[in-house]
Design a protein around this ligand. Structure first.
Ligand code: SF4
Length: 374
């Protein structure tokens, strides 16, 4: 029998998951359990680079794990664990920092986006408070370092950069450690993460060339999952933007949320006004969740103004509810014995640590240290 390739993926603990998380990641995770040797983690260390409520963290991790399980992950078929339960990730990340050029990190598109966002906030805050700190200029457009412009055309803001925490910069190094500590060969990612997988391959290559052949060159597996737009119809579904459909809503709550908040085509001012379904996010939901017959019903009803938006939304909400019912049932079962969730995470951490410690031993030996610390 051929050995299954190892696959690693994770999500930040933002609490209960939403429909975008389910369709965009979790559903694929479940489908891949039989094909790959899967390691799925809750990446809590990645979640501390921005301000958060420490009181909430344990609950966020618990809720995310409950949704992993309710969504269909089977701890008998994959390893489910929390990143901070495997401290070897951190040690490897430090080692990788020693073979990662600063310039390459500063060219990461996601870092530049986050840095620009953070710098804009710093400038906004300082302008609002009348702060005349030398580090902070009032005009963001004057404050870019052209040397770090890449194909994406984004520049790293110099103004305010001193106030951005370096975790935002080093994030992809920790991500490389998350992957390579398990010698994962396959990493499912969206387009926006491909650059980080390239970096992971560069880090592995550099380490292997400089020290010893320890790490494989992992492959990015591009997600074929649909991009699920939020209820606003403008942005990708996201908890932080508040445009999401939580997986843990009851049927009534979900129907209310969709019928009240899903934005439809603005051409349908009155019932008599026809709309353009192709430009309506509710119709995009029908494409994802409804039968072809129902899609046709929504399409014709919209273009001929024979149905109202409320009914169109209600129909799609019913289909989303039907999809989520089995997940709701599993969640209910899991929550009857919450200790089981912690047991699953403890078992997952044990399995993950055994692999991580072996990799770290090889890494330390390659560096000329003792494989196992004294
Ligand atoms: S009828 Fe449906 S597809 Fe048409 S605008 Fe209203 S919600 Fe959108």
């Amino acid at each position: 029998m051929t050995k299954k390739k190892r696959l690693l993926s994770g999500m930040q603990p933002s609490g209960a998951l939403h429909l975008g998380n389910y369709l965009g990641a979790l559903k694929q995770w479940v489908e891949r359990m039989d094909i790959y040797d899967c390691y799925y983690c809750v990446v809590d260390y990645h979640a501390i680079t921005i301000p958060y409520d420490t009181e909430q963290m344990k609950t966020r991790i618990f809720d995310a794990t409950v949704d992993y399980l309710a969504g269909g992950l089977d701890p008998e078929k994959c390893v489910i664990f929390v990143q901070s339960d495997v401290p070897e990730h951190m040690e490897l990340a430090w080692i990788f920092n020693a073979v990662t050029p600063l310039g390459q990190l500063m060219r990461m598109t996601q870092f530049k986006q986050k840095a620009q966002h953070a710098a804009a906030k710093v400038l906004g805050d300082s302008n609002a408070s009348g702060n005349e700190d030398d580090d902070v200029q009032s005009d963001l457009s004057d404050a870019f370092d052209t040397d770090t412009t890449g194909d994406d055309g984004l520049k790293v803001p110099l103004s305010g950069i001193g106030k951005i925490n370096s975790g935002l910069l080093n994030y992809p190094v920790l991500q490389a450690a998350d992957i390579l500590i398990y010698k994962a060969e396959v990493v499912p990612v969206g387009e926006d993460q491909v650059q980080h997988i390239e970096l992971t391959r560069d880090i592995a290559r550099r380490f292997n060339n400089r020290f010893n052949d320890v790490f494989p060159l992992c492959e990015a597996m591009l997600s074929e999952a649909p991009r699920v737009m939020g209820l606003d119809g403008v942005n990708k579904m996201s908890k932080s933007l508040g445009n999401h459909i939580p997986l843990n809503l009851g049927r009534k709550q979900l129907t209310k949320l969709v019928t009240k908040q899903a934005v439809s085509d603005s051409r349908r001012v009155t019932l008599e006004d026809p709309g353009v379904p192709e430009e309506c996010n509710v119709y995009a939901y029908h494409k994802l969740f409804s039968t072809e017959e129902e899609q046709q019903w929504a399409h014709d009803g919209c273009t001929q103004a024979s149905i109202g938006c409320f009914h169109c939304k209600k129909a799609v909400a019913k289909n989303i509810n039907d999809l989520l019912d089995p997940i709701r049932e599993r969640r209910e079962e899991i929550l009857k014995s919450p200790d089981t969730v912690n047991d699953i995470l403890a078992e997952g951490a044990k399995k993950a640590r055994a692999v991580a410690q072996e990799t770290l031993e090889q890494t330390r030996e390659a560096l000329g240290f003792l494989g196992k610390p004294r």
